[in-house]
Write a protein that binds this ligand. Structure first.
Ligand code: SF4
Ligand code: SF4
Length: 541
């Protein structure tokens, strides 16, 4: 369907329509944030394994040089955003609600911005696997906030025929406008990035979804698609939070409901944020790894806007660009619906950081005291994942985590719709985050205990096997010795040999029990169980 013609749209269940507050930060062009005095690069900046450092303290670095190697397939590399010297590799406060320190490379810039040697990637001369590996080594991850390694999303979909690649320009969070400005100003590069994903996944169509509160971005993207001669569809969708969540946008654009037990590629769809497409193109066209991103700075500031910001810039230097008003009390990372308070402003801007909001009590008045749940059901009506938030709240509060799991708390994307509509002003998402972190900790504990138990059982089995083999050897030797003489001694030795063989067979049976052919359902269920480490991008933008 040519760009511009209308496509049938679908609705997702639930959702809310908060004030968008986007105009404040979207009136000026994207600025370039200055080089900070220090850059702090956490090595864990993607879903999956933490990158492993490949530089030493005291080493001189070039801009774009790799400082952390991806550790395995679900991981992504980290690079120096400028030239300078490594002054520390140590734990530093992180841009996370917990504020817990994370292993980081600290760089003192030399101010020269000397680039490492860069070369475009000729994707036509490379195999798809080589392109995916190159994207991993360039540190390309989902920039909508999910930071799932992009190459792995391209890999995850490899075995399934893909009908649609969805490029997510919905940007539904209030206050946030980084994707809007990116599409307005750099539409052609975003579209070219989408063409890389198209070439790797070979879908039937590419759909670019943009909420109808960003008409300028939609026009720019349409112009770019036409200028480049692609057959991508730019589809304007109604503004309704959380349309920018992957499952919701997929539903709106294609009508497909992704069940909680399945991942979107299994349903023939894969989704990427516009910022991700842009950074993939920068890497392919210019050889630039992911070292900067556009970040919205807004809220209680004199000068709201969007800044191309080096990853690793300390928040304290970044927020100064907006000149926060004197009554600013705190800063949020992300939007007001899904974001969190930055606990320590010495933490750095990371790849997941799309927006920083200066908050004051006039902008975000303190919530009235929490009241008891009146079981009105408003939260359930607003939940886009059709959960029962009031029940999840009840079990989370009572620390009955098994019950919360039974009610699919894992499916909660922490979108905040339920809390937004709750007349009792219950901070539901905070309860769910607490419950999820407890559930996660218990699962890790259990996995550790299971692994220890398995190791002990394996050792025991090995010891018993060695014992049985020894007995068998001794019995065989006895048969040999007594065989020469014949009589009762030979019979006893043969008996011992048979007993040893029987014992060995028993141990083998115990170590490798036959599969029960009557339980195929359990196998099927295990195969269908989603692995959240493989596609959390379904749950976020
Ligand atoms: S909206 Fe609030 S008060 Fe109503 S059922 Fe949900 S949690 Fe209870
Ligand atoms: S925060 Fe979770 S429970 Fe609440 S509306 Fe969103 S998905 Fe549903």
């Amino acid at each position: 369907m040519p760009s511009g013609l209308s496509r049938r749209l679908f609705r997702f269940k639930g959702g809310v329509e908060p004030d968008t507050h986007k105009a404040e930060s979207s009136l000026t062009p994207i600025g370039k944030a200055p080089l900070p005095s220090r850059l702090i690069l956490p090595l864990h900046q993607s879903v999956g394994a933490c990158a492993t450092p490949c530089v030493r303290v005291g080493e001189t670095l070039l801009k774009g040089q790799r400082i952390g190697n991806a550790d395995g397939w679900i991981s992504a590399a980290v690079h120096a955003p400028t030239s300078g010297k490594v002054v520390a590799i140590e734990d530093r406060p992180s841009a996370h609600a917990s504020g817990l320190p994370t292993l980081s490379v600290v760089i003192e810039p030399d101010g020269l911005e000397t680039w490492v040697e860069r070369a475009p990637l000729d994707v036509t001369a490379r195999s798809p696997d080589e392109v995916r590996k190159a994207l991993r080594d360039a540190g390309i991850v989902g920039l909508g906030g999910a930071v799932f390694p992009t190459h792995a999303k391209l890999t995850a979909a490899k075995s399934t025929a893909i009908d649609e690649v969805v490029i997510n320009g919905a940007e539904c969070e209030p206050f946030m406008s980084c994707d809007d400005l990116l599409m307005r100003e750099r539409a052609e590069d975003v579209v070219r990035g989408a063409s890389i994903f198209r070439d790797l996944l070979e879908p039937k169509r590419v759909l670019i979804g943009i909420e109808d509160n960003k008409p300028e971005a939609a026009r720019a993207m349409r112009r770019a698609v036409e200028a480049l001669g692609f057959d991508f569809e730019v589809v304007v969708v109604p503004t309704r939070y959380p349309t920018g969540a992957a499952k919701q946008l997929i539903r709106v654009l294609t009508g497909k409901e992704i069940p909680s037990t399945r991942r979107s590629p299994e349903m023939g769809v894969q989704c990427f944020n516009v910022g991700t497409a842009y950074s993939a193109w920068r890497f392919v066209a210019l050889g630039e790894p992911l070292i900067s991103r556009v970040v919205t700075l807004t809220g209680n500031v004199e000068s709201a806007g969007n800044w191309e910001t080096l990853i690793g810039t300390p928040f304290e230097e970044f927020v100064a660009l907006g000149r926060p008003k004197p009554d600013t009390e705190r800063f949020l990372m992300g939007g007001p619906m899904m974001g969190f308070e930055i606990p320590d402003l010495s933490a750095p801007v990371v790849k997941a950081c799309n927006c920083v909001i200066a908050a004051s009590s006039s902008l975000f008045p303190p919530p009235p005291p929490e009241m008891p749940c009146i079981r009105c059901g408003a939260c359930a009506e607003a939940c886009p994942h059709e959960l029962l938030p009031f029940e999840l709240y009840r079990f989370s509060r009572a620390q009955k985590f098994d019950k919360a799991v039974e009610l699919s708390i894992d499916e909660c994307i922490e979108c905040g719709c339920c809390a937004y509509v709750c007349p009792s002003r219950i901070p539901l998402v905070q309860y769910f985050r607490f419950a999820k972190s407890e559930i996660d900790a218990r699962r890790k504990e259990k996995a550790k205990a299971d692994a220890t138990r398995a190791r002990i059982e394996q050792r025991k089995a090995r010891e018993e096997r060695l014992k049985a083999e020894k007995a068998e050897r001794l019995a065989a030797a006895a048969v040999k010795t007594s065989g020469a003489g014949g009589g009762d001694g030979a019979d006893a030795a043969k008996k011992a040999l048979i007993e040893a063989a029987v014992e060995r067979a028993r141990l083998q049976r115990e170590a490798h029990p036959p599969k029960n052919p009557e339980t195929p359902a359990s196998v099927e269920a295990a195969e269908k169980t989603p692995d959240p480490a493989v596609n959390p991008g379904d749950a976020t933008r």
